[in-house]
Design a protein around this ligand. Structure first.
Ligand SMILES: [Ca+2]
Length: 372
């Protein structure tokens, strides 16, 4: 910094040669001083993007500078997420997104994309791992359940024949025997041709097992939200302030009247291959839409009321008032099933929860890793 204050004598200047102030006329010195001052101010913004003022409103992905400022370090398919402080939560979402609170995080690496079928297959081939959806449920874990349902399987989205309204999600979620990550829609379906799609029907425990094998871990909820925002603080979308960019939502979500009409205006009725939509400011793909992503944290609707400020790891146990007896882990990011009328889970602050022993056809994951 010492040399930056006097660029005239800066040995690092492009000429590569220290110069005396007398080498240039006074007017030039004045101009250089002004340019240098502007440079220092700009430099402060460049090196401290997370402590700067709130981003100006009304920016789109095409104009926001974060992608130019922060994307860069990539190693083995992971992007470096620089340390920083952000405001977690939203005043424009659900009650569980409140209160707004500052969170400071150490830097970490994050998978550039959701874990794909071909990546998950490598894990299974290397370890012989059997996902929960492929195991026969233990009747002891499901007292009172119909024995006919105690077969390996998973929960699949199936559009209903008639409009069921938006209250009864059992109208479109079906337990399908034989459905699992290899057979996403059940027997007869396969992942052939979907090698680059995110792996789905992966329960939290399966995702955690993959992460451990890969030498990684699942992100905390705070890490996930911070990374999703990509340097755009307190904006409703990961690409800016408005939902559409050039008339389109730059994410794989649902267009049409949910759950009957899926126009696939974005090109995808269900999962998309990872990386088909523009990355966020940290170079991460599909942090909005495509599939929900497991986080490490237990879910509690009031978790933010007593959240740690430094590297929070979430509450020590779970509570979902809708299903009080069922522990839930946090999922984030929304999916191809998210529409404005039902679920705006693709907002970076939106919180959702799911039972850790249950895979779904719209839920996958990505991993993070600490700095070495
Ligand atoms: Ca879609």
């Amino acid at each position: 910094m010492k040399n930056e204050k006097n660029p005239v004598t800066d040995p690092n200047r492009p000429s590569g040669r220290p110069r005396s102030p007398h080498d240039v006329p006074p007017k030039t010195i004045a101009i250089i001083a002004i340019v240098a001052a502007l440079g220092i101010v700009l430099g402060m913004f460049l090196i401290m993007p997370h402590y700067g003022p709130r981003e100006p409103r009304r920016r789109s992905a095409l104009s926001h500078p974060a992608s130019m400022l922060t994307v860069g370090r990539e190693t083995n398919g992971m992007m470096w997420i620089p340390s920083g402080t952000f405001i977690m939560g939203s005043t424009n979402g659900q009650p569980d997104e409140l209160p707004l609170h500052p969170v400071t995080l150490d830097g970490f690496w994050m998978d550039k994309t959701e874990v794909t079928n071909e990546q998950f297959q490598k894990f299974v081939e290397a370890t012989g791992y059997v996902t929960i959806a492929e195991r026969k449920p233990d009747p002891k874990d499901f007292p009172g359940a119909d024995p006919a349902m105690l077969v390996p399987g998973s929960v699949v989205f199936r559009p209903p024949a008639e409009d069921p309204g938006l209250e009864n999600h059992y109208a479109w979620w079906k337990y399908v025997p034989g459905a699992n990550w290899r057979h996403p829609e059940g027997p007869g379906s396969s992942i052939e041709g979907r090698e680059k799609h995110p792996a789905v029907h992966v329960a939290w425990e399966d995702a955690a097992a993959y992460a451990k094998w890969a030498g990684k871990r699942l992100p905390t909820e705070a890490e996930w939200e911070y990374a999703a925002r990509g340097g755009l603080h307190q904006l409703p979308y990961i690409w800016g302030d408005v939902k559409e960019v050039n008339g389109r939502t730059p994410a794989n979500i649902w267009q049409g009247k949910f759950p009957l009409e899926n126009t696939a205006q974005d090109g995808f009725k269900a999962t998309a291959p990872v990386g088909r939509f523009p990355p966020n400011g940290y170079g991460l793909y599909d942090m909005a839409g495509n599939v929900w992503e497991w986080c490490a944290d237990w879910y509690r609707p009031n978790a933010y009321q007593s959240a740690e400020k430094l590297n929070p790891k979430g509450p020590s146990d779970s509570f979902d008032p809708n299903e009080p007896n069922m522990p839930k882990r946090v999922i984030r990011g929304g999916s191809y099933l998210c529409s404005d009328v039902y679920c705006t889970g693709y907002r970076p602050s939106a919180r959702m929860k799911s039972a850790p022993d249950t895979g779904l056809s719209h839920t996958g994951f990505r991993c993070v890793k600490n700095a070495l």
